[in-house]
Design a binder for this molecule. Structure first.
Ligand code: ADP
Length: 646
């Protein structure tokens, strides 16, 4: 290489990945080609998108294609595209690091893969966008020459997959990227990736739906046309009647299966197309293929994956629905076509009447796009509503969390989303219950829907706040997902019944009052002074049955869980004081009252006040300020109790 060559080190995570790729055994090495072709196709897509606002980027080179050039003698395979190319900085940025996925998520999945002892699976390669590096599964040296559209210099990148790569200036007559794989020595029964038959077969299997021609020069024996044949005087041919010619062959069918009539597309074709679209090796859970006809026509082919991708909630994920216009790709992940809470849906929408001059920014105001969005949302709700229970369960496990966002963000469809959400309840033993079922099961005298939020289902299930409700046989929804706080903020009622927090406010359960709350007023005032820095009020509980104390808030206060979530998110939070609720029928409360009335100066009262508070904290699974103090005090009390018995 020349003097201007610079050597770089790969980032640590790339090094690790490369090591894994080079050293592990793959069941399916063929996918390296799918990855590189798919990158080439993405590069053409991106060029065409950019050219909508900068047509000069295209020049006269508008025959978009991906060329494969096998060389059996040198044992190389070259993949060349006339896509957007890369600048020097982009090469360093994109090829030297792991794109998008974020190191943490990547390392995590890597560990998981290692734990499962199945090495790095093809799925993982696809999911993490480590696509390019899969070249090192088959090559011991990879060269990449690229020239960015609109630029006039090219760069050459080269690596042996050994921890470093080199970069230098180069030349390439046109924009685009050329990747040359110097293939590893083959073991006896390994495939020859320079064999046209092998290549043709892989492209057919893995890249058939790529929207641009994937071409390869193929040698063929063809008959020599009559007129060109040498003949003797009797008209008999002398010499060869056939000859070897090189012809360019298109290897993929570029089928746009969404444009075909619904019943003509086979399950197998759907499966392949879905895999092409998503790089997900599992089959989709459900699909929706529909043609809308009317004032304007368009087609949509949507899939619901059978599991959530690792980066579902990652802001930079590239999922969603691709937008086409008359089979021509317009953009990937067109976020205006579906609301955020349907972000797990994959597929394509082809809208022939789309105005191609609109920019990404104003697309969302385009009446056609809005119309499509409305219809897609409607059909998705219908489909989810009709799903088989077992299928729905799988779906909900994977995407329920995302769906719940809709309760908060989509006021128009709130009631529809509410029909789809499910919760475990105090009566359900772990199984998820739709709100509709909850309402059907409500007790005759029950007027409201009760829920409780927190981060641990088990703690919630046994929360002291639920004691009275359980006694009355009322079911309580157990909400243990952070997003649920936003769900209940937006969903104030369902089917005309108010959603009521079981931990906040007064439950207004009509009780026969065995004890009079007024009798406790002075004790409450005393306890409040004792616990001034912790609680804003001490009062009679409408929640408790067996436990002595619990903490609650006013109906409009933030829940303890919400406070925890916001704190964890680094939100500056004013200390919210809560309410200490006491079970007036509990002997401990009666005992403290008696002691207080006997001698208001008794030193033990101070400790009892603090213990009541600590018991309430422990009861909701909270953290004590001073656990050692609590433990010593309870120890001493137990000792006293035991002594009086023996
Ligand atoms: P992914 O394709 O999932 O992003 P890759 O490791 O395969 O991950 O590629 C990393 C990045 O390198 C791509 O996102 C793209 O920006 C760039 N890249 C790869 N191949 C090409 C190509 N043929 N033309 C232009 N850019 C490319």
């Amino acid at each position: 290489m020349t003097a201007s060559t610079e050597t770089f080190e790969f980032k640590t995570e790339v090094k690790q990945l490369l090591k894994l790729i080079v050293n592990s055994l793959y069941s399916n090495r063929d996918i390296f080609l799918r990855e590189l072709i798919s990158n080439a196709s993405d590069a053409i897509d991106r060029l065409r998108f950019a050219a909508q606002t900068r047509p000069d980027l295209l020049g006269d080179d508008i025959g978009f294609r991906i060329r494969l050039i096998p060389d059996g003698i040198r044992q190389t395979l070259t993949i060349a595209d006339n896509g957007i190319g890369m600048t020097r900085e982009e090469v360093i940025e994109n090829i030297g690091t792991i794109a998008q996925s974020g190191t943490a998520a990547f390392m995590e999945a890597l560990d998981r893969a290692k734990a499962q002892a199945d090495g790095l699976s093809p799925e993982l390669i696809g999911q993490f966008g480590v696509g390019f590096y899969s070249a090192f599964m088959v090559a011991d040296k990879v060269e990449l020459v690229t020239r960015a559209a609109g630029g006039d210099t090219a760069v050459r990148w080269e690596s042996h997959g050994d921890g470093t790569y080199r970069i230098e200036e180069a030349s390439r007559p046109e924009r685009g990227t050329t990747i040359t794989l110097h293939l590893r020595k083959r073991e006896k029964d390994e495939k020859d990736y320079t064999d046209p038959w092998v290549i043709r077969d892989i492209v057919k299997r893995h890249s058939d739906f790529i929207a641009y021609p994937v071409v390869m020069d193929v040698e063929r024996i063809e008959p020599i046309p009559e007129a060109e044949q040498l003949k003797d005087k009797d008209g008999k041919p002398i010499g060869e009647t056939t000859r070897k010619v090189v012809r360019e062959e298109t290897l993929n069918s570029m089928k746009a299966i969404w444009t075909r009539p619904k019943d003509e597309v086979t399950d197998e074709e759907h499966k392949q197309f879905y895999q092409h679209l998503t790089r997900d090796w599992k089959e989709p859970l459900e699909r929706l293929h529909m043609k809308f006809e009317g004032a304007t026509e368009y087609t949509a082919l949507l899939y619901i994956p059978s599991r959530a991708p690792f980066d579902l909630f990652h802001p930079e994920r590239r999922h969603g629905v691709h937008l086409y216009c008359k089979r021509v790709f317009i953009m990937e992940d067109c976020q205006d076509l579906l609301p955020e809470y349907f972000g797990f849906v994959r597929g394509v929408v082809d809208a022939p009447d789309l105005n191609l001059n609109v920019s990404r920014e104003i697309l969302q105001h385009d009446p056609l796009v809005r119309n499509i969005r409305r219809n897609l949302v409607k059909r998705l709700f219908e489909m989810l509503g009709k799903m088989e229970p077992a299928t729905y369960e799988t779906f909900y496990k994977e995407f329920g969390q995302m769906l719940k966002i809709g309760v908060h963000t989509d006021a128009e469809n709130r009631s529809k989303v509410a029909e789809l959400i499910r919760y475990p309840t105090t009566a359900s033993d772990g199984e998820l219950v739709p709100l509709k079922t909850y309402v059907e099961r409500m007790k005759p005298d029950q007027k409201e829907i009760y829920y409780i939020t927190g981060d641990n289902l088990d703690v919630l299930r046994h929360s002291p706040h639920l004691e009275r409700l359980k006694e009355k046989g009322y079911e309580v929804l157990l909400m243990a997902d952070p997003i649920d706080e936003w769900v209940v903020e937006a969903l104030t009622e369902y089917d005309g019944k108010k959603m009521v927090s079981a931990e906040k406010g007064d439950l207004a359960l009509d009780e026969t009052e065995a004890v009079k709350a007024e009798d406790f007023d002075t004790l409450f005032a005393f306890l409040r002074t004792q616990l001034e820095d912790k609680v804003k009020e001490v009062r009679r509980s409408t929640h408790l049955k067996e436990s002595v104390a619990c903490l609650s808030g006013d109906a409009r206060d933030m829940s303890a869980y919400m406070e925890k979530i916001l704190k964890a998110a680094g939100q500056p939070m004013p200390e919210v004081k809560r309410i200490l609720e006491l079970n007036l029928e509990h002997p401990v409360v009666a005992g403290i009252k008696a002691l207080y009335e006997k001698d208001r100066q008794d030193a033990a009262l101070k400790d009892y006040a603090r213990l009541l508070y600590d018991l309430a904290v422990v009861g909701e699974g909270g953290k004590l300020e001073n656990p050692a103090w609590f433990s010593q005090k309870v120890g001493a009390l137990m000792a006293g109790a035991l002594a009086s018995r023996n």
